[in-house]
Write a protein that binds this ligand. Structure first.
Ligand SMILES: Nc1nc(=O)c2c([nH]1)NC[C@@H]1CN(c3ccc(C(=O)N[C@@H](CCC(=O)O)C(=O)O)cc3)C=[N+]21
Length: 301
Protein backbone atom coordinates (compact mmCIF):
# COMPACT_ATOMS: atom_id res chain seq x y z
CA UNK A 1 0.00 0.00 0.00
CA UNK A 2 1.20 3.51 -0.76
CA UNK A 3 0.35 6.35 1.54
CA UNK A 4 -0.75 9.57 -0.17
CA UNK A 5 1.89 12.26 0.22
CA UNK A 6 1.20 15.86 0.74
CA UNK A 7 3.66 17.86 -1.30
CA UNK A 8 5.89 20.62 -0.01
CA UNK A 9 5.03 23.90 -1.69
CA UNK A 10 7.72 25.52 -3.85
CA UNK A 11 7.15 29.19 -3.05
CA UNK A 12 8.03 31.03 -6.26
CA UNK A 13 6.95 34.36 -4.86
CA UNK A 14 9.34 34.10 -1.90
CA UNK A 15 12.22 32.74 -4.02
CA UNK A 16 11.71 35.54 -6.57
CA UNK A 17 11.83 38.08 -3.73
CA UNK A 18 15.11 36.62 -2.51
CA UNK A 19 16.55 36.83 -6.04
CA UNK A 20 15.44 40.46 -6.35
CA UNK A 21 17.25 41.22 -3.08
CA UNK A 22 20.43 39.60 -4.46
CA UNK A 23 20.08 41.60 -7.68
CA UNK A 24 19.55 44.86 -5.85
CA UNK A 25 22.92 44.36 -4.11
CA UNK A 26 24.59 43.51 -7.44
CA UNK A 27 23.15 46.60 -9.10
CA UNK A 28 24.45 48.76 -6.24
CA UNK A 29 27.90 47.22 -6.76
CA UNK A 30 27.81 48.00 -10.49
CA UNK A 31 26.82 51.55 -9.67
CA UNK A 32 29.81 51.78 -7.26
CA UNK A 33 32.28 50.26 -9.67
CA UNK A 34 31.23 51.83 -12.98
CA UNK A 35 28.97 54.74 -11.99
CA UNK A 36 26.24 53.32 -14.23
CA UNK A 37 23.04 51.31 -13.85
CA UNK A 38 21.65 48.54 -16.07
CA UNK A 39 18.87 49.63 -18.44
CA UNK A 40 15.91 47.63 -19.79
CA UNK A 41 13.74 48.71 -22.73
CA UNK A 42 10.22 47.27 -22.90
CA UNK A 43 8.26 47.62 -26.14
CA UNK A 44 4.51 47.17 -26.01
CA UNK A 45 2.32 47.04 -29.14
CA UNK A 46 -1.44 47.42 -28.84
CA UNK A 47 -3.82 47.47 -25.90
CA UNK A 48 -4.12 43.89 -24.61
CA UNK A 49 -5.00 44.16 -20.93
CA UNK A 50 -2.83 41.19 -19.90
CA UNK A 51 0.19 42.55 -21.81
CA UNK A 52 -0.27 45.97 -20.21
CA UNK A 53 -0.32 44.37 -16.76
CA UNK A 54 2.79 42.27 -17.43
CA UNK A 55 4.68 45.28 -18.81
CA UNK A 56 3.69 47.40 -15.83
CA UNK A 57 4.87 44.68 -13.42
CA UNK A 58 8.17 44.31 -15.26
CA UNK A 59 8.91 48.04 -15.11
CA UNK A 60 8.00 48.17 -11.41
CA UNK A 61 10.28 45.20 -10.66
CA UNK A 62 13.13 46.96 -12.53
CA UNK A 63 12.80 50.10 -10.48
CA UNK A 64 12.79 48.10 -7.24
CA UNK A 65 16.23 46.64 -7.93
CA UNK A 66 17.70 49.80 -9.48
CA UNK A 67 17.47 48.91 -13.17
CA UNK A 68 16.48 51.92 -15.29
CA UNK A 69 13.45 51.10 -17.42
CA UNK A 70 12.70 52.59 -20.83
CA UNK A 71 9.39 52.03 -22.52
CA UNK A 72 7.86 52.49 -25.93
CA UNK A 73 4.12 51.99 -26.39
CA UNK A 74 3.03 51.62 -30.00
CA UNK A 75 -0.50 51.51 -31.44
CA UNK A 76 -2.04 48.19 -32.54
CA UNK A 77 -1.78 49.23 -36.23
CA UNK A 78 1.92 50.20 -36.13
CA UNK A 79 3.83 48.95 -39.16
CA UNK A 80 6.49 46.27 -38.92
CA UNK A 81 9.02 48.79 -40.26
CA UNK A 82 8.22 51.28 -37.50
CA UNK A 83 8.58 48.58 -34.86
CA UNK A 84 11.90 47.47 -36.38
CA UNK A 85 13.08 51.10 -36.22
CA UNK A 86 12.28 51.20 -32.47
CA UNK A 87 14.28 48.00 -31.96
CA UNK A 88 17.20 49.39 -34.02
CA UNK A 89 17.26 52.56 -31.91
CA UNK A 90 17.41 50.55 -28.67
CA UNK A 91 20.11 48.32 -30.19
CA UNK A 92 22.20 51.47 -30.71
CA UNK A 93 21.43 53.05 -27.33
CA UNK A 94 24.36 52.53 -24.90
CA UNK A 95 22.10 53.09 -21.86
CA UNK A 96 19.99 50.06 -22.81
CA UNK A 97 21.35 46.60 -21.94
CA UNK A 98 18.20 44.59 -22.50
CA UNK A 99 15.35 44.81 -25.01
CA UNK A 100 12.03 43.06 -24.49
CA UNK A 101 9.30 43.15 -27.11
CA UNK A 102 6.14 41.98 -25.33
CA UNK A 103 4.45 39.04 -27.03
CA UNK A 104 2.08 38.28 -28.65
CA UNK A 105 2.40 40.88 -31.42
CA UNK A 106 -0.54 41.81 -33.70
CA UNK A 107 -1.09 39.36 -36.59
CA UNK A 108 0.13 41.70 -39.35
CA UNK A 109 3.62 41.74 -37.81
CA UNK A 110 6.15 38.95 -38.43
CA UNK A 111 7.10 38.10 -34.84
CA UNK A 112 10.23 36.15 -35.73
CA UNK A 113 11.54 38.98 -37.92
CA UNK A 114 11.21 41.41 -34.99
CA UNK A 115 12.83 39.05 -32.47
CA UNK A 116 15.67 38.36 -34.94
CA UNK A 117 16.34 42.11 -35.13
CA UNK A 118 17.19 42.39 -31.43
CA UNK A 119 20.95 42.49 -30.87
CA UNK A 120 21.99 39.15 -29.31
CA UNK A 121 23.91 41.11 -26.65
CA UNK A 122 20.59 42.70 -25.57
CA UNK A 123 18.32 39.69 -26.09
CA UNK A 124 17.20 39.37 -22.43
CA UNK A 125 14.25 37.17 -23.47
CA UNK A 126 16.74 34.71 -24.99
CA UNK A 127 14.48 34.25 -28.05
CA UNK A 128 17.07 35.04 -30.74
CA UNK A 129 17.88 31.93 -32.83
CA UNK A 130 21.59 32.38 -32.08
CA UNK A 131 20.93 32.24 -28.32
CA UNK A 132 18.55 29.26 -28.69
CA UNK A 133 21.07 27.56 -30.98
CA UNK A 134 23.87 27.93 -28.43
CA UNK A 135 21.53 26.57 -25.73
CA UNK A 136 21.01 23.45 -27.83
CA UNK A 137 24.73 22.75 -28.32
CA UNK A 138 27.02 20.96 -25.91
CA UNK A 139 30.13 22.96 -25.09
CA UNK A 140 28.43 26.27 -25.84
CA UNK A 141 26.79 28.81 -23.58
CA UNK A 142 24.13 31.22 -24.79
CA UNK A 143 24.42 34.88 -23.75
CA UNK A 144 20.84 34.64 -22.44
CA UNK A 145 18.45 31.82 -21.50
CA UNK A 146 14.66 32.40 -21.86
CA UNK A 147 13.24 33.69 -18.57
CA UNK A 148 10.38 31.27 -17.88
CA UNK A 149 12.32 28.01 -18.33
CA UNK A 150 15.30 29.55 -16.56
CA UNK A 151 12.96 30.35 -13.65
CA UNK A 152 11.71 26.73 -13.61
CA UNK A 153 15.27 25.41 -13.30
CA UNK A 154 16.11 27.96 -10.62
CA UNK A 155 13.08 26.78 -8.61
CA UNK A 156 14.25 23.16 -8.88
CA UNK A 157 17.83 24.06 -7.88
CA UNK A 158 16.83 26.23 -4.94
CA UNK A 159 14.45 23.49 -3.75
CA UNK A 160 17.24 20.91 -3.69
CA UNK A 161 15.82 18.81 -6.54
CA UNK A 162 18.52 16.62 -8.10
CA UNK A 163 18.28 16.57 -11.92
CA UNK A 164 21.35 14.56 -12.94
CA UNK A 165 20.45 10.97 -13.75
CA UNK A 166 16.71 11.60 -13.26
CA UNK A 167 13.85 11.25 -15.71
CA UNK A 168 12.14 14.48 -16.65
CA UNK A 169 8.97 15.09 -18.65
CA UNK A 170 8.23 18.42 -20.31
CA UNK A 171 4.59 18.76 -21.30
CA UNK A 172 4.47 21.20 -24.23
CA UNK A 173 6.97 22.10 -26.94
CA UNK A 174 6.63 25.86 -27.42
CA UNK A 175 9.62 27.92 -28.51
CA UNK A 176 9.41 30.10 -25.39
CA UNK A 177 8.94 27.46 -22.67
CA UNK A 178 8.75 23.74 -23.50
CA UNK A 179 11.62 23.47 -25.97
CA UNK A 180 14.16 25.54 -23.98
CA UNK A 181 13.05 23.86 -20.70
CA UNK A 182 13.84 20.45 -22.24
CA UNK A 183 17.27 21.70 -23.36
CA UNK A 184 18.01 23.10 -19.89
CA UNK A 185 17.04 19.84 -18.14
CA UNK A 186 19.23 17.92 -20.59
CA UNK A 187 22.15 20.24 -19.80
CA UNK A 188 21.65 19.24 -16.13
CA UNK A 189 22.05 15.58 -17.18
CA UNK A 190 18.39 14.62 -16.84
CA UNK A 191 16.88 12.19 -19.36
CA UNK A 192 14.16 14.26 -20.99
CA UNK A 193 10.94 13.34 -22.77
CA UNK A 194 8.95 16.08 -24.49
CA UNK A 195 5.23 15.31 -24.48
CA UNK A 196 2.96 17.12 -26.95
CA UNK A 197 -0.47 17.01 -28.57
CA UNK A 198 0.45 14.07 -30.81
CA UNK A 199 2.10 11.95 -28.11
CA UNK A 200 0.46 8.56 -27.60
CA UNK A 201 0.17 7.46 -23.96
CA UNK A 202 1.08 10.93 -22.68
CA UNK A 203 -0.22 10.15 -19.19
CA UNK A 204 1.75 6.93 -18.92
CA UNK A 205 5.00 8.53 -20.06
CA UNK A 206 4.58 11.53 -17.78
CA UNK A 207 3.90 9.22 -14.81
CA UNK A 208 7.43 7.79 -15.18
CA UNK A 209 9.08 11.15 -14.60
CA UNK A 210 10.87 12.27 -11.42
CA UNK A 211 10.54 15.88 -12.60
CA UNK A 212 7.60 17.37 -14.52
CA UNK A 213 7.53 20.77 -16.18
CA UNK A 214 3.98 21.42 -17.39
CA UNK A 215 3.70 24.08 -20.11
CA UNK A 216 0.96 22.93 -22.48
CA UNK A 217 -1.48 25.81 -21.96
CA UNK A 218 -4.42 23.54 -21.05
CA UNK A 219 -6.07 24.06 -17.69
CA UNK A 220 -5.36 21.22 -15.24
CA UNK A 221 -4.39 18.72 -17.95
CA UNK A 222 -1.73 17.07 -15.80
CA UNK A 223 -4.00 15.10 -13.45
CA UNK A 224 -3.04 13.06 -10.40
CA UNK A 225 -2.44 9.87 -12.41
CA UNK A 226 0.15 11.74 -14.55
CA UNK A 227 2.35 12.22 -11.48
CA UNK A 228 4.73 9.64 -10.05
CA UNK A 229 4.81 9.28 -6.29
CA UNK A 230 7.52 11.67 -5.01
CA UNK A 231 7.97 13.64 -8.26
CA UNK A 232 8.84 17.36 -8.34
CA UNK A 233 6.21 19.29 -10.31
CA UNK A 234 6.69 22.73 -11.89
CA UNK A 235 3.51 24.28 -13.28
CA UNK A 236 4.03 26.98 -15.92
CA UNK A 237 0.37 27.36 -16.90
CA UNK A 238 -1.73 30.41 -16.18
CA UNK A 239 -5.34 29.76 -17.26
CA UNK A 240 -8.34 31.88 -16.30
CA UNK A 241 -11.41 29.76 -15.51
CA UNK A 242 -14.87 31.19 -14.79
CA UNK A 243 -15.65 31.31 -11.08
CA UNK A 244 -18.73 33.32 -10.04
CA UNK A 245 -17.63 33.13 -6.38
CA UNK A 246 -14.34 34.95 -7.15
CA UNK A 247 -14.06 38.72 -6.96
CA UNK A 248 -12.92 39.12 -10.58
CA UNK A 249 -15.41 36.50 -11.83
CA UNK A 250 -12.58 34.09 -12.64
CA UNK A 251 -9.71 32.36 -10.94
CA UNK A 252 -6.30 31.29 -12.20
CA UNK A 253 -5.38 27.63 -12.50
CA UNK A 254 -2.26 26.00 -13.88
CA UNK A 255 -1.70 23.23 -16.40
CA UNK A 256 -1.55 20.85 -13.42
CA UNK A 257 -4.52 19.70 -11.35
CA UNK A 258 -3.01 21.00 -8.13
CA UNK A 259 -5.33 19.22 -5.67
CA UNK A 260 -4.67 15.82 -7.25
CA UNK A 261 -0.99 16.29 -8.06
CA UNK A 262 -0.09 17.53 -4.58
CA UNK A 263 -1.29 14.18 -3.17
CA UNK A 264 1.46 12.49 -5.19
CA UNK A 265 4.30 14.99 -5.64
CA UNK A 266 7.09 15.58 -3.12
CA UNK A 267 7.30 19.25 -4.15
CA UNK A 268 5.02 21.37 -6.33
CA UNK A 269 4.61 24.99 -7.43
CA UNK A 270 1.30 26.83 -6.94
CA UNK A 271 -0.48 29.03 -9.52
CA UNK A 272 -0.33 31.94 -9.01
CA UNK A 273 2.79 32.45 -6.91
CA UNK A 274 4.99 29.83 -8.61
CA UNK A 275 6.68 30.25 -11.97
CA UNK A 276 5.12 33.66 -12.83
CA UNK A 277 7.10 35.76 -10.33
CA UNK A 278 10.25 33.83 -11.28
CA UNK A 279 9.85 34.82 -14.94
CA UNK A 280 10.15 38.46 -13.95
CA UNK A 281 13.04 37.78 -11.56
CA UNK A 282 14.95 35.99 -14.36
CA UNK A 283 14.31 38.91 -16.73
CA UNK A 284 15.99 41.19 -14.18
CA UNK A 285 18.80 38.60 -13.73
CA UNK A 286 19.39 38.56 -17.50
CA UNK A 287 19.39 42.34 -17.67
CA UNK A 288 21.96 42.64 -14.87
CA UNK A 289 24.13 39.94 -16.50
CA UNK A 290 24.02 41.77 -19.84
CA UNK A 291 24.95 45.09 -18.25
CA UNK A 292 27.75 43.46 -16.25
CA UNK A 293 29.26 42.03 -19.47
CA UNK A 294 28.93 45.35 -21.27
CA UNK A 295 30.41 47.42 -18.41
CA UNK A 296 33.38 45.04 -18.13
CA UNK A 297 34.00 45.18 -21.90
CA UNK A 298 33.77 49.00 -21.91
CA UNK A 299 36.22 49.24 -18.99
CA UNK A 300 38.71 46.96 -20.79
CA UNK A 301 38.87 49.24 -23.84
N1 LIG B 1 8.60 39.04 -24.75
C1 LIG B 1 7.91 38.42 -23.78
N2 LIG B 1 8.58 37.93 -22.70
C2 LIG B 1 7.90 37.31 -21.69
O1 LIG B 1 8.51 36.85 -20.71
C3 LIG B 1 6.47 37.22 -21.77
C4 LIG B 1 5.83 37.76 -22.90
N3 LIG B 1 6.58 38.34 -23.88
N4 LIG B 1 4.48 37.66 -23.04
C5 LIG B 1 3.64 37.06 -22.03
C6 LIG B 1 4.38 36.05 -21.18
C7 LIG B 1 3.74 35.79 -19.82
N5 LIG B 1 4.69 36.24 -18.82
C8 LIG B 1 4.45 36.30 -17.44
C9 LIG B 1 5.22 37.02 -16.57
C10 LIG B 1 4.90 37.11 -15.22
C11 LIG B 1 3.79 36.48 -14.71
C12 LIG B 1 3.46 36.63 -13.26
O2 LIG B 1 4.09 37.36 -12.53
N6 LIG B 1 2.40 35.94 -12.76
C13 LIG B 1 1.98 36.04 -11.38
C14 LIG B 1 0.68 36.78 -11.25
C15 LIG B 1 -0.47 36.15 -12.00
C16 LIG B 1 -1.73 37.04 -12.02
O3 LIG B 1 -2.30 37.30 -10.94
O4 LIG B 1 -2.16 37.45 -13.13
C17 LIG B 1 1.89 34.66 -10.78
O5 LIG B 1 1.84 33.68 -11.51
O6 LIG B 1 1.88 34.57 -9.54
C18 LIG B 1 3.01 35.74 -15.56
C19 LIG B 1 3.34 35.64 -16.92
C20 LIG B 1 5.78 36.75 -19.46
N7 LIG B 1 5.69 36.63 -20.79
Amino acid sequence: MTIAMSAKLIDGKAIAEEIRRELKAEVAELQQKYGKAPGLAVVLVGERKDSQTYVRNKKKACEEVGIVSFGTDLPEDVSEEELLKVVADYNADPAVHGILVQLPLPKHIDEQRVLDAISIEKDVDGFHPLNIGALAMRGRDPLFVPCTPKGCLELLKRSGVVMAGKRAAVVGRSNIVGMPAALLLQREDATVTVIHSRTPDAQKICAEADIIIAACGRAEMVAGDWVKEGAAVIDVGINAVDDPSAKRGYRLVGDVNFAEASEKASQITPVPGGVGPMTIAMLLRNCVDGATRTFAAEAAQ
